[in-house]
Design a protein around this ligand. Structure first.
Ligand code: SF4
Length: 587
């Protein structure tokens, strides 16, 4: 019989507000006199006895707060979990496998245990093999993984042959723990004695004298990476090393991380940007399961096969479908679907913001265009979008509209005490099936805006903007804070909105796969960060991408099976051929 997991999200369980333990009253097992759903005496929330639950599905359906989850695990999963956080809480099955000489990537949605898995490998979290309150020792763990590659790895950890250095996901916590300057932090961890080399490779030279709390998110991320590799280790683990970075920095950091894998050194990386994951890793694990309930690590696959499988949503060997649809890239994504009607145009726009100056000589946005916007951080993309949205006024030049504009800013207002349900009332009444449900927003309805995580707030802001009655939608960094699965979903929804409602969309983002999937045209921003920027285009996709990639010195091909864009390894045969032909981007 398949194993069943019952999870109670404690912060969502409000037993006095649902009709005095509604689930207890409805549970058919309780009605026969057995104690399937009972009250936890410590916090008065419910607890579910997994050995008595029949999986009838009544309580998760009827709980008004969505606090209960009853899930039958795949048949193939016979083993106990490697870790369970507590009674009626998340379970993790299996671990990723570090491989010496290789960079192993981990891809999967949030809340399926990626960070838990690497915390266990890093020795930060002691697993309990499902025995809540217990702690497994090396012998138990080695027995659990007998016959697998992880067994060898754990034996080496036990024998002191493996030293691990780990970059956690939340780099924004670093300034809270260390108040000093960047240089002091790095000197303090410089076990390898290679600080000068690493500082130069990660472009940190001009911020060594700055305090950690004064630097940007992208800079903080690079400092955290430098601190991780300055420690002497032979397994380096990076949890989301490219968040807050623009594409130029992401590619640079990817190259740097690739370079760490040597015959005696292994690297593990969690990454949500599929182009970067593809570029940085040799092998991939897919992590799947149910958000907040359970997570499973797939077997190791080559990066190409792993990403294609991820897009397909189906694991052949395991015979498991983990998404109900396949993500398909069109053969010819550069089809000009733009009409002839100009919705918005600009001419000789100039704007000065302190010491930064922005220029946009001239351009037009046509009805039905979906325009991607690419460029480094600090180069005026957001200022330009604000000018189009009417939030910022140009100093010189003109902007003309024939259309109503809806705008999602880069930084989202989270101070409100209003609930998601209140904020999204109009969106729910109009687009419940098209936008609200697919984005999994109903489970956030009762939360206040100021209680939402970055990713939750992003989904709410996108839903609110896309539900507005407008002809031109301006979306500034919609993929920020979203996991890979949510990025794929959002790109699908934006595309559907554009096609079904025949509206025009302009999207600023750093995730190239996301923009490639969506856009038929591209704007490119050029210049020097924090000094000057120039808006160029919109161009046809191929022309814009060629210009952008040439500047980065990188070429892209298309995967023969999935048709997704893939970055060529620098100096590979394909890279050299394409550069010679001037074809940096293959449509
Ligand atoms: Fe009871 Fe399990 Fe049915 Fe919930 S799913 S009502 S706990 S038997």
């Amino acid at each position: 019989m398949a194993k069943r997991i019952c999870v109670v999200e404690r912060e969502k369980c409000h037993p006095t507000k649902c009709g005095d333990y509604l689930c207890k009253k409805l549970c058919p097992v309780n009605r026969t006199g057995k104690d399937c759903i009972t009250v936890n005496e410590d916090d008065k929330k419910v607890r579910i006895d997994e050995s008595l639950c029949t999986g009838c599905g009544i309580c998760p359906k009827r709980c008004p707060f969505g606090a209960l989850h009853i899930v039958n695990l795949p048949e193939a999963l016979e083993k106990d979990p490697i870790h369970r956080y507590g009674e009626n809480q998340f379970e993790l099955f299996s671990l990723p496998t570090p491989v010496f000489g290789k960079v192993v990537g981990i891809v999967g949605r949030n809340a399926v245990g990626k960070s838990t898995a690497i915390k266990i490998l890093a020795g930060v979290l002691k697993p309990n093999l499902g025995q809540v309150g217990g702690e497994a020792d090396f012998k138990d763990l080695i027995d659990y993984f007998k016959g697998s590659e992880i067994q060898t790895f754990l034996e080496k950890v036990r024998d002191g042959e493996i030293r691990i250095s780990y970059k956690p996901q939340q780099v924004d916590l670093i300034p809270k723990k260390f108040a000093g300057k960047v240089g002091d932090l790095l000197r303090g961890v410089n076990e390898t004695g290679e600080m000068d080399k690493i500082v130069s490779e990660l472009d940190l030279g001009n911020i060594l004298d700055r305090k950690l709390r004064e630097i940007s998110g992208g800079e903080l991320q690079r400092v955290a990476i430098a601190a991780t590799v300055l420690k002497k280790a032979n397994l380096y683990i990076f949890d989301e090393p490219t968040s807050y970075m623009d594409i130029k920095q992401r590619l640079k950091v990817s190259k740097f991380i690739r370079g760490l894998a040597k015959a005696d050194t292994a690297v593990l990386v969690i990454e949500h940007d599929l182009i970067i994951l593809d570029y940085m890793t040799d092998l991939v694990h897919i992590m799947y399961g149910r958000e907040g309930v359970y997570g499973i690590v797939s077997g190791l696959k080559s990066t190409r096969e792993g990403i294609n499988t991820f897009l397909e949503g189906y694991l052949r060997e395991e015979n498991i479908r983990f998404r109900d649809h396949t993500i398909k890239f069109e053969r010819v994504p550069t089809v000009d679907r733009g009409g002839s009607m100009v919705l918005c145009s600009w001419k000789d726009v100039e704007k000065r913001l302190d010491s930064f100056s922005l220029k946009a000589k001239g351009g037009e946005i046509f009805k039905n265009d979906v325009i991607g916007v690419l460029g480094e951080n600090g180069i005026g993309k957001t200022s330009f979008v604000k000018i189009l949205a009417g939030v910022l006024e140009a100093d010189k030049g003109s902007v003309g509209y024939e259309v109503t504009v809806a705008y999602k800013p880069q930084y989202l207002e989270a101070e409100s005490e209003a609930t998601v349900l209140e904020v999204l009332q109009e969106a729910i009444s109009k687009y419940n099936n098209q936008i609200i449900k697919p984005l999994n927003i109903p489970r956030l309805f009762m939360k206040k805006l100021n209680q939402l995580s970055g990713g939750e707030l992003q989904r709410v802001a996108i839903a609110k903007t896309l539900a507005e009655e407008a002809g031109l939608f301006l979306l500034d960094e919609p993929s920020a804070y979203l996991d890979v699965e949510q990025r794929l979903l959002i790109s699908k929804i934006i595309k559907q909105v554009a096609e079904e409602r025949e509206v025009t969309v302009l999207v600023v983002d750093h995730d190239l796969l996301f923009l490639d999937y969506l856009s038929n045209k591209l704007m490119v921003f050029d210049g020097e960060p924090a000094i000057s920027g120039e808006a160029k285009g919109p161009f046809k996709m191929e022309e814009g991408m060629n210009m952008f990639l040439k500047d980065l010195g990188i070429t892209f091909r298309r995967d023969v099976n999935s048709n997704r864009p893939r970055a060529n390894k620098v100096n590979s045969v394909k890279d050299r051929e394409q550069k010679k032909e001037g074809k940096y981007y293959y449509s």
